[in-house]
Design a protein around this ligand. Structure first.
Ligand code: ATP
Ligand code: MG
Ligand code: MG
Ligand code: MG
Length: 563
């Protein structure tokens, strides 16, 4: 590719709404442009990286016998109504109607559709397992689309689904996928960690997320420094909280009705964060409830008193919560979730955040639904001992630490939830009917591009892992007016470009300085500079973007060296 023809309009300034590095560099390097909130157009450089990731995925899926298909993006509401997710998915789902008033959604995921598809033609144990995937745009009307490709409203996902006769079969598929994901992210050059994930909302018996370790990540990962244990904080119980209560009796909240000010320290964070918390403890039916507001602001009494729909903090089951009218779970920004003595914690500060729709630690939170017309129940404060459970690995008792992660993939043992709801059954050897045992497995392809940049960059720009770099190398003739230099540059370009389209020749007129800047920004793994050394001693300069290492090689050996 000639740089003079390459459609990569670089920017001098960083657009103001881009706050994370991947977003900034992708705009600056002319890789993509924003069309609307959470909607991006990919220009050639981004598209090439995306395609490379897709190709790696395709190769690894082929190795485990998972076949590529393509399903409609537009999905009929009926399927989602059959599984009950039409209502549950909530405002994240893009819904639409056709001219006949039939309801549809733009697929945020495809469990319903693939299950309906598989049940059409799969009816015998002899046909199992079935293992299929697609790479396609997904649509989620995220509450806070942000960070460019990290959380967009249209994004490319690889989603795979498996159907087996029994749990044993599912376990096998799961392992195959898990290992394939490990190979995929390794080939993408990412530093990642598979972690135990929460199976809460979607239901199922086991799940792992693949988390790219990076400060810009939105997931909190805890891991043990002594053993292999690693998990998303959402999945671990008890939670990492220790408390210091401003009271004579340490760690005891004495039983006086009303408000108490307590201070909680979340020790998962490297630097302990302390926040003052105003709390009301009361009993709701037979549950002990802690309602609290974090931060320095005054407790909003009305609000506090209106909160009845509470959050599971580890003891109340889904059924309990439903009984209390809870619609959705809640993920605390500081990881505060549990105590041995509270059945339910209500975090009023979430309400404030939701209301204000403001900054702070905006997790991808679910709503806590509040009914302002119920009466405040009789407050009866019990003596509460807040149990200190931080820093302990549930496997070996070792020390727990926390890091931020970007969820680039997730594998999930679904079981029979969808096959039962949609009647996706098979007949066993004895002619008996059973629901198929399913697994689902996603990779955020476009998020993976962003994650790679978050992990691989410096102040000059992107540092691509070679396998997913848009182009592998750039040739920069130091002076385009120098005929000898240009001739050599073209010769090298042609020699390298014959086999594959992986080289850019920066044939643009002008000084070399801005070209070097662009080369660093775009992040070509290798830069070959052809300049006056060619005349002096017949050499060219090869620079490795990642290490900054520079080697001089005779021109005649340059092609071989770059390859
Ligand atoms: P998150 O927790 O970040 O909201 P998720 O758990 O909702 O992600 P999944 O339903 O597991 O996402 O989808 C599979 C993969 O799709 C995720 O692992 C992630 O890489 C990607 N993904 C999900 N939502 C987005 C988004 N809004 N923008 C880009 N990629 C996304
Ligand atoms: Mg999500
Ligand atoms: Mg997630
Ligand atoms: Mg997920």
């Amino acid at each position: 590719m000639l740089a003079s023809r390459l459609y990569s309009p670089t920017l001098r300034e960083i657009p103001a709404d881009a706050v994370v590095v991947s977003h900034q560099y992708m705009l600056k390097a002319g890789m993509m442009r924003k069309i609307s909130n959470g909607l991006y157009a990919f220009l050639p450089l981004a598209w090439r990286s995306i395609r490379k990731i897709e190709d790696i995925i395709r190769e690894e899926m082929a190795k485990i016998g998972c076949q590529e298909i393509m399903m409609p993006i537009v999905q009929p509401a009926e399927l989602w109504q059959e599984t009950g997710r039409w209502a549950v998915f909530g405002p994240e789902m893009f819904k639409l109607k056709d001219r006949h008033d039939h309801e549809y959604c733009l697929g945020p995921t495809h469990e319903e559709l693939i299950t309906a598809l598989t049940r059409m033609d799969t009816s015998s144990y002899k046909q199992l397992p079935v293992s299929l995937f697609q790479i396609q745009n997904k649509y989620r009307d995220e509450k806070r689309p942000r960070f460019g490709l990290m959380r967009s409203r249209e994004f490319i996902m690889k989603d795979a689904y498996t159907f087996d006769a029994d749990e044993e079969g599912l376990d096998k598929q799961y392992k195959l996928m898990y290992d394939a994901y490990t190979r995929i992210f390794t080939r993408c050059g990412l530093h990642f960690r598979p972690v135990i994930a929460d199976t809460g909302a979607i239901g199922g018996s086991g799940s792992h997320e693949f988390e790219v370790i990076a400060d810009a990540g939105e997931a909190d990962i805890v891991y043990c420094t002594s053993c292999d244990f690693a998990a998303n904080v959402e999945a671990v119980q008890p939670k990492a909280v220790s408390q210091h209560i401003h009271n004579d009796k340490e760690k005891e909240l004495v039983s006086t009705p009303g408000q108490h000010t307590i201070e909680m320290v979340c020790e998962y964070l490297h630097a302990p964060v302390s926040q003052s918390i105003k709390a009301v403890v009361y009993k709701l039916d037979d549950k002990v409830v802690l309602a609290m507001v974090r931060g320095d602001h005054e407790v909003n009494e009305v609000r506090l008193q209106n909160i009845y729909h509470a959050v599971n903090v580890g003891m109340a089951s889904d059924e309990d919560l439903k009984a209390c009218g809870l619609i959705a779970g809640y993920i605390s920004p500081i990881g505060l979730k549990t105590s041995d003595k509270f059945d339910i914690v209500v975090d009023a500060s979430v309400m404030e955040m939701e209301d204000a729709c403001c900054g702070g630690n905006q997790k991808d939170m679910h709503y806590i639904h509040v009914n302002p017309k119920r009466d405040f129940p009789n407050v009866r404060v019990d003596t509460i001992r807040l149990i200190d459970t931080h820093d302990v690995c549930p496997v070996c008792g070792g020390h727990i630490e926390m890091k931020k992660g970007i969820e680039v993939g997730q594998v999930f043992k679904l079981g029979t939830k969808y096959s039962e709801a949609l009647g996706c059954n098979f007949l066993d050897q004895n002619g008996k009917s059973h629901p198929m045992v399913m697994g689902c497995y996603g990779i955020g392809v476009t998020r993976t591009v962003a994650a790679s940049i978050e992990q691989n960059h410096d102040e000059d720009g992107i540092i691509w892992p070679i396998n997913i770099a848009p182009y592998e190398a750039v040739i920069v003739p130091f002076n385009t007016k120098d005929e000898e230099v240009m001739k050599a540059a073209k010769e090298l370009y042609e020699a390298l470009n014959t086999s594959r389209d992986e080289i850019v020749l920066d044939d643009r007129k002008g000084r070399a300085g801005p070209k070097f800047k662009d080369a660093d920004l775009i992040g070509y793994p290798v830069r070959v500079t052809i300049g006056k050394k060619l005349k002096e001693n017949g050499t060219v300069e090869i620079k490795i973007r990642r290490t900054g290492e520079v080697i001089e090689v005779p021109f005649a050996e340059a092609a071989e060296k770059v390859n």
